[in-house]
Design a protein around this ligand. Structure first.
Ligand code: NAD
Length: 433
């Protein structure tokens, strides 16, 4: 099929490349000309494992191209995929300005029947709004299909090529069959539903996963007070098939471009129909507090943080991505700066994206985990990159002023810590020394 993908962010670029890899002809469009220029030169504007190679392969095969002009791409395509951002407004509601703008641009470019497939996460009723906009600005026939995206940054290609399920929300049999056919090579597990249910499936899924994280974090906080070990508790719970073991890793809470924004949006969506989503409000509240446990543990071990040197291992909201949107690291670093601490930072790939958000001149940017540890009063691990798992803790400790380690992701085992002199705090496990 001929496909135009509007928006070359984490979702659009990965989806476009994967559809090209399946043999479709794909044009990826972005209004940011510098992104398109990079992509045309073989550079990738985001970090995602395996993406560069897959782009090169499909460009070379003549199935994938890039354009900063939407109209030509839409005219050449049968299917137009909407993958623009839907960030939060200050109220928590989703900002639909990019969606509405893109829908209008698509409508004005149309030259015949098109299927507009929405992958962006949009509140219930938004695809009907897209239908209205396209109908208002175009005289050509079209169908809008909601196909919410579930990929995870860091494993986006794998998730796209081997999805757990595909949701196809449509009120058109013709468009539904085409979109099901497009996804058939990926999975047999394709659920066809009405558009509103498809939109809701995405929010309900993210809200449920966020709930699991906040739930285990609260259990972790209680474990700390009772002397139990949350990793054992989660393991014991996870073997129950009704519960499952995923998303039961206690830590400093979720971040990223999806969970914070989508939970906020669902609270608003419910509020708009006079329903107070009490459970989800609590989930968000717990998550907001959880990251500050790092600060509390630093204060417990160091007292006043003014003039203390703190090393930060990991800035991305999770490993294998350069994304720092709503990452706990942002608020933790800002709080430490406000308390007068000196900060040394390191992340394998997210330093430049972090710098774009927090760029205090006093921050010391380091080249590796050991340089970060030099002369520190304490180290805080905020992202569970594999690189940190490989670190020699004895060597690290020798570089520090005081051997204090706050492990915000429960990366290290008791055995690893036992051979060091670290005063070790993790999440929901007894502290050591
Ligand atoms: P992103 O911000 O990384 O990328 C969006 C891109 O769209 C940007 O490059 C922007 O320049 C471009 N754009 C905006 N308006 C445009 C227009 N009119 N024409 C051409 N390009 C335009 O966003 P993302 O992380 O890829 O997310 C996209 C959507 O998918 C969001 O709704 C998000 O909630 C959802 N989603 C994201 C993920 C994820 O892990 N990032 C996972 C599932 C769903």
């Amino acid at each position: 099929m001929k496909i135009a993908v509007i928006g070359t962010g984490y979702v659009g670029l990965v989806s476009g490349v994967c559809f090209a890899d399946l043999g479709n002809e794909v044009i990826c469009v972005d209004k940011v000309a510098s992104k398109i220029a990079m992509l045309r030169q073989g550079e990738v504007p985001i970090y995602e494992p395996g993406l560069r190679e897959l782009i090169q392969k499909n460009v070379a095969a003549g199935r994938l191209s890039f354009d900063d002009e939407l109209s030509g791409a839409v005219r050449q395509s049968d299917i137009v995929i909407l993958a623009v951002g839907t960030p939060s407004l200050p109220s928590g509601e989703a900002n639909l300005a990019y969606i509405e703008q893109a829908a209008q641009e698509i409508a004005l470019a149309m030259n015949g029947y098109k299927i507009v497939m929405t992958k962006s996460t949009v509140p219930v009723g938004t695809n009907e709004r897209i239908q209205q906009i396209i109908g208002q600005f175009s005289g050509y026939p079209f169908d809008v299909v909601s196909v919410p995206e579930f990929l995870r940054e860091g494993s986006a290609i794998q998730d796209t090529l081997y999805p757990d399920r595909i949701i196809v929300g449509t009120d058109s049999v013709r468009a539904g069959e085409t979109v099901v056919g497009l996804h058939r090579p990926l999975t047999d597990n394709i659920i066809v539903t009405d558009i509103r249910s498809a939109e809701m499936i995405k929010y309900a899924s993210n809200a449920f996963l966020a709930t699991k994280i906040s739930f285990i974090n609260e259990i972790a906080n209680i474990c700390e007070k009772l002397g139990a070990d949350v990793t054992k508790v989660a393991e014991g719970m996870g073997y129950d098939k009704r519960i499952g073991s995923s998303f039961l890793q206690a830590g400093i809470g979720y971040g990223g471009s999806c969970f914070p924004k989508d939970t906020g949006a669902l609270i608003q969506i419910a509020g708009n129909v006079n329903y107070e989503f009490k459970l989800l409000k609590a989930v968000v509240e717990v998550n907001k507090d959880q990251r500050f446990n790092v600060i509390a543990k630093l204060k417990e071990s160091l007292g006043d943080l003014k003039g203390k040197t703190i090393g930060i291992w990991g800035l991305a909201f999770k490993p294998n991505t350069d994304d720092v949107r709503d990452a706990p690291s942002i608020e933790i670093v800002e709080t430490l700066l406000a308390k007068g601490a000196s900060i040394r930072l390191y992340d394998p790939v997210a330093m430049s994206t972090f710098k774009a958000v927090v760029n205090d001149p006093s921050l010391v940017w380091c080249d590796d985990p050991y340089e970060t540890a030099e002369h520190c009063d304490a180290l805080c691990l905020l992202t569970e990159w594999d690189e940190f798992r490989q670190v020699d803790l004895v060597q690290t400790e020798a570089l520090m002023k005081q051997p204090i380690l706050i492990d915000g992701r429960n990366v290290f085992s008791g055995e690893q810590i036992a051979i060091t002199n670290f005063c070790y705090y993790s999440v929901g496990r007894p502290s050591m020394r």
